[in-house]
Design a protein around this ligand. Structure first.
Ligand SMILES: Cc1cc2nc3c(=O)[nH]c(=O)nc-3n(C[C@H](O)[C@H](O)[C@H](O)COP(=O)(O)OP(=O)(O)OC[C@H]3O[C@@H](n4cnc5c(N)ncnc54)[C@H](O)[C@@H]3O)c2cc1C
Length: 323
């Protein structure tokens, strides 16, 4: 096939996987993202010596092709296994997980993986595509009335609700994007002045406003400063979606003490982030993400169960579908 001009909207793991594969096949690829850097929901924050992965916490590798990619990233030093002690937690009582799995994290933060995938790509950050038109068989994404380019093929690699805003409601892929429901997640980040004395590094919380808590400094390559990430359950987040950040921090910090049964050491950094579109409501994979006739494909972890691995594989599938 002749070299094509391909636009990729979204520099999360899905968009970057798609762009990398298409570039390797000789196509001319441009990636646009509204964020300050690549990574999307697999990104991180630094506040002094406190490092937080506030979106994806870790990832697993189940499929052969993804495992092979992880092998390459391990060799390149951009991911590492996380051997943190992970438990299930109910009312201050811990129990082992039913099954164990190998967990990986980006280096030196989760965002390290996206930075690695983006390193040889033309990624234009700080660009929010707000209109998408098709003229004479070419896709033309726009931002604020400015046309960003004309592309033979286009991959829309963002959460379905955001893709739906750009695609016509009556188009086949517009309908697919609209059919996927996403749930939100409030995340609280706490920097503590001393170690929190609990016998685990991460816990899936049950019967709580929290669904997950994690000692991020137990991940490899992070500073040893005690940094905890708390994720609220989708139910709690939906109930408190529009609450003030301060209120959310207060409520979830109190719940953190409640579920761990431990009084926190002094907190020297606290912040919260609301992921409006965190995870798909269903893990059921969605089919038919390519419109061959119009040279358009959708990619996102949300179409295949909502994980980093799914995002990567969905990016490769989109690349195979159109390129
Ligand atoms: C709180 C939370 C915890 C999670 N925990 C885990 C976990 O432990 N393990 C795991 O495997 N997965 C986890 N996930 C899921 C994982 O993060 C995602 O499945 C994966 O990162 C999705 O990648 P993506 O490329 O599909 O989408 P995204 O990462 O959402 O990337 C989409 C990109 O599109 C950009 N974008 C959106 N609209 C526009 C626009 N109009 N113009 C330009 N750019 C746009 C966004 O800025 C974003 O960078 C978690 C997610 C969240 C939110």
């Amino acid at each position: 096939m002749n070299a094509l001009k391909v636009g990729v909207l979204g520099a999360g793991i899905a968009g970057l996987a798609a762009a990398g594969r298409l570039k390797a096949r000789g196509h001319e690829v441009t990636v646009f993202d509204k964020g300050r850097g690549p990574g999307g929901r697999a990104s991180s924050r630094r506040r002094g010596l406190f490092h937080f992965d506030h979106g994806a916490q870790y990832f697993t590798a189940r499929q052969e092709e993804f495992s092979a990619a992880v092998g390459g990233w391990l060799t390149a030093g951009v991911v590492a296994p996380w051997d943190g002690h992970i438990v299930s937690l109910v009312g201050g009582v811990t129990s082992p997980l039913k099954s164990e799995t190998r967990r990986y994290v980006g280096q030196p933060q989760m965002s390290g993986l996206a930075k690695h995938l983006a390193r040889e790509l033309d990624v234009r950050c700080g660009v929010q595509v707000d209109v998408l038109t098709r003229v004479d068989g070419l896709w033309m994404p726009e931002e604020g009335g400015e046309i960003l380019g004309a592309f033979d093929r286009l991959i829309v690699a963002m959460p379905p609700a955001q893709a739906a805003q750009l695609l016509e409601a009556d188009s086949p892929l517009g309908g697919v994007a609209r059919s996927v429901e996403m749930r939100p997640c409030w995340c609280v980040m706490l920097g503590l002045e001393a170690r929190l004395e609990v016998p685990f590094d991460g816990a899936f919380c049950n019967e709580s406003a929290l669904s997950w808590i994690s000692r991020d400094n137990s991940k490899p390559g992070r500073p040893q400063t005690e940094a905890w990430v708390l994720h609220a359950s989708p139910e709690w987040t939906e109930e408190h979606l529009h609450e003030e950040r301060e209120q959310v921090i207060k409520a979830l910090t109190a719940e953190f003490e409640e579920v761990t049964g431990v009084v926190l050491p002094p907190v020297s950094h606290r912040d919260a982030h609301r992921w409006g579109l965190a995870q798909p409501a269903s893990e059921e994979p969605v089919q038919a993400l390519c419109d061959l006739e119009r040279g358009l494909a959708l990619a996102c972890g949300a179409y295949v169960g909502g994980r980093v691995e799914g995002a990567y594989m969905s990016g490769l599938a989109a690349a195979a579908g159109i390129g």
